[in-house]
Design a binder for this molecule. Structure first.
Ligand code: PRX
Length: 666
């Protein structure tokens, strides 16, 4: 199937900031056309069809997006497709709709009423199936709970739960009444919750008593109790019983989910919301210590979430779609909570860890439920490779017809393993590039049309205009590394950073003059395929989780022993990237193993266990320029190879470098 050609090597470099260089080594020439039988039945079934769609959307983007928007239910149709006051967009202005209505009511009024919407499997093997009819009933009830609690359209509701259907019910109920959900990943610490709840001034927190993890459980309510001591905006906490943890219910403030649901009616008229009504805030890391509240709004997000889901996953009514992402991240928002439901699909939701009780849990699920589409992250695939093929091959995976990858660059070898061992050389792979900010997939193969190459997300979707440019905004030539930008507004783009328009403008729109800057380095090859080369800012992907190195630095510096800290990443075979912290201690402290562990735990407490540095090196001083800027490039080199090959002429004190090498790591 593959056209195996010889490999070539070409080195390309650009210097995006004073400190970062993008280099790319081309070595991948294999190409996999879509299998003929897949293409035959696909929504888009040839490259010619894709090119035609792409050209039409490029010629008239507004007509293209309006055509997609017409497929939804509108209480009132829009007056203007796009109002663009750069960099602020209003899509489908004047229109009134409700995303929850489009995700549920539309199907409940059709034959899909009794179709499975969510097939849920708990870590212990317990199962629940919610049909569209039942999900609609539960969501309507919980929407009434929100109303009874006095939640008004536009008010924020924080949600902190494990992967149970009620998480999706809570999200959709917010959308139904026009409340703005702010889902906080259940791995985040009390401090991280406080920060997010305060920044969004959430009125309510919805949580579970606990969440199951690898046979044990984590008490989430206790974490919420600690978090909301310092959140004056919170008026009430709704607690779902999942694990039967011992929890303290505070009079007047805390309410059981089941008590409130018991009182609520099961019909709730959806709010007729403006197209630009805020839908959710989702916090993500940026290059400063403070996480950014990415704001998405109703109609534009709905249009792209649904249409990208339909075309990228080639979804059909018969499919069982399994996405392993957590709803606490954008992938879970767009491709679990919204995209599949807007398309009337059946999705499989799994509560727990991929290796519980053993490394074959996902493959066992796929076999038992006859999953047809599987969407996961490279970091998980790398862990499966390490665990051994036998975990996969002992299961019958013949139901699978399409595989997806998201969150990080997928290394060609990992892609090939996924293709051969999981896909049995039969399933196309969609490597989907996008971001919290983009709301939905931007660059991805269309599985019935696009020939894939291991390691590239291939071409942008119709309506999405991306380019790779130099620092001055001029386009790079084929295979030249540069900055990935988006040239035209798209409906599911973030509208702002919650409460901080200035930061929104500065972060995304100030570097490349009216083009959105993604923060990623990339190159386009001779076929126009986009190869992501990773972040060029201080954001790192660790095990598929996005972290700002400065956030981790802030956490370290908040420890009493730390005078200064710089955190960089180095490549890691399993996690994609690992975090290495260079820490200068206050004079009275001595760096030893105990303090290393204390600092790692401190970061876990401040942010969450995902942010724990993999390695901490003690530094008498950090390498700085004469103007006092930490030379992170040197630290990255040290962390990666223990050597410095790059330019050190701007370094102020050469002596500090010596102390940073060759330390025993954790
Ligand atoms: O660097 C890119 C990487 O993940 C970043 C976005 O992270 P986040 O907002 O957490 O969203 C992740 C899930 C959509 C991007 O700037 N990234 C995401 N997908 C890919 C990727 N890098 C390479 N290939 C991908 N398919």
């Amino acid at each position: 199937m593959a056209t195996d050609e010889t490999t070539s090597n070409a080195q390309n470099t650009v210097t995006p900031t004073a400190e970062v260089s993008i280099s790319s080594v081309l070595s991948e020439k294999r190409k996999f056309p879509p299998p003929a039988d897949f293409a035959l039945n696909a929504h888009v079934s040839s490259m010619a069809e894709y090119e035609k769609l792409y050209a039409a959307a490029e010629a008239d983007p507004e007509a293209y997006w309006a055509g997609l928007a017409e497929k939804f239910h509108w209480f009132k149709k829009w007056d203007t497709v796009l109002e663009w006051n750069s960099p602020f967009a209003k899509w489908f202005k004047g229109g009134k709709t409700n995303i929850c209505y489009n995700a549920l009511d539309v199907h409940v009024k059709s034959w899909r009423k009794n179709k499975a919407a969510i097939i849920w499997e708990g870590e212990e093997g317990d199962q629940r199936v919610l049909t569209y009819g039942e999900l609609h009933r539960q969501v309507s009830k919980f929407a009434n709970v929100l109303k009874i609690a006095g939640i008004k359209p536009g008010e924020r509701v924080a949600i902190y739960m494990g992967m149970v259907p009620e998480l999706i019910i809570a999200v959709l109920a917010c959308a139904r009444v026009g409340a703005v959900h702010n889902v906080i990943f259940a791995g985040f610490s009390a401090h991280a919750i406080t920060e997010r709840v305060n920044d969004s001034r959430a009125k309510m927190v919805i949580c579970a008593d606990g969440t199951r993890r690898r046979g044990g459980s984590i008490n989430l309510k206790n974490i919420v109790d600690e978090a909301i001591v310092n959140t004056p905006s919170v008026r009430s906490v709704v607690v779902l019983k999942v694990t039967n943890e011992e929890v303290h219910m505070h009079n007047g403030m805390d309410h059981w989910w089941h008590d409130l649901m018991g009182l609520a009616a099961d019909e709730c008229e959806p709010a007729q919301l403006d197209a630009e009504h805020p839908l959710f805030v989702l916090y993500t890391s940026g290059s400063t210590g403070k996480p950014k509240g990415i704001l998405h709004t109703t109609a534009g997000y709905m249009v792209h979430a649904a249409s990208s889901f339909k075309y990228v996953f080639d979804i059909k009514d018969e499919d069982i779609y399994f996405c392993t992402a957590d709803v606490g991240w954008i992938t879970g928002h767009t491709y679990m909570a919204y995209g599949p439901l807007l398309c009337g699909a059946t999705m499989l939701m799994y509560e727990g860890a991929p290796n519980y009780p053993q490394w074959d849990r996902f493959w066992d699920i796929i076999n038992r439920h006859k999953v047809t589409i599987f969407y996961t992250a490279p970091t998980a695939i790398r862990a499966f490779i390490r665990a051994g093929n036998e975990w996969v091959t002992k299961h019958n995976l013949s139901s699978l017809r399409l595989l997806g990858s998201v969150g990080e660059p997928i290394n060609p070898d990992v892609w090939m393993w996924y293709h051969k061992v999981v896909g049995q050389e039969r399933c196309p792979i969609v490597d989907t590039w996008w971001q919290t900010e983009t709301g939905g997939i931007m660059v991805s193969p269309l599985p019935g049309a696009t020939p894939t190459k291991p390691g590239t997300a291939t071409r942008p979707l119709p309506g999405i205009m991306v380019d790779v440019v130099h620092k001055d905004g001029t386009p790079c030539v084929a295979n030249e590394g540069g900055y990935l930008v988006i040239k035209k507004p798209w409906p599911s783009m973030l509208r702002t950073i919650y409460g901080d328009d200035a930061r929104y403008e500065k972060t995304y729109w100030s570097d490349f003059n009216d083009m959105y800057f993604t923060g990623d380095g990339a190159r386009k090859d001779e076929d126009g395929y986009v190869w992501i080369m990773g972040r060029v800012d201080d954001v790192v992907n660790v095990s598929g989780h996005r972290l700002g190195t400065s956030e981790v630095e802030s956490a370290l510096v908040s420890h009493e022993a730390v005078a200064e800290a710089a955190v960089v990443s180095r490549p890691d075979e399993l996690k994609g990237n690992a975090l290495v912290a260079f820490v200068t201690l206050k004079d009275e402290y001595v760096g030893d193993m105990t303090l290393r562990e204390a600092l790692r735990n401190h970061v876990a407490k401040e942010i969450g266990p995902i942010a724990k540095p993999d390695e901490i090196r003690w530094a008498k001083g950090l390498p700085k320029t004469r103007s006092g800027k930490i030379m992170r490039r040197l630290l990255r080199e040290l962390a990666t190879s223990n050597e410095i090959k790059g330019d050190v002429t701007t370094l102020e004190d050469f002596g500090v470098l010596e102390t940073l090498r060759d330390q025993e790591s954790d």
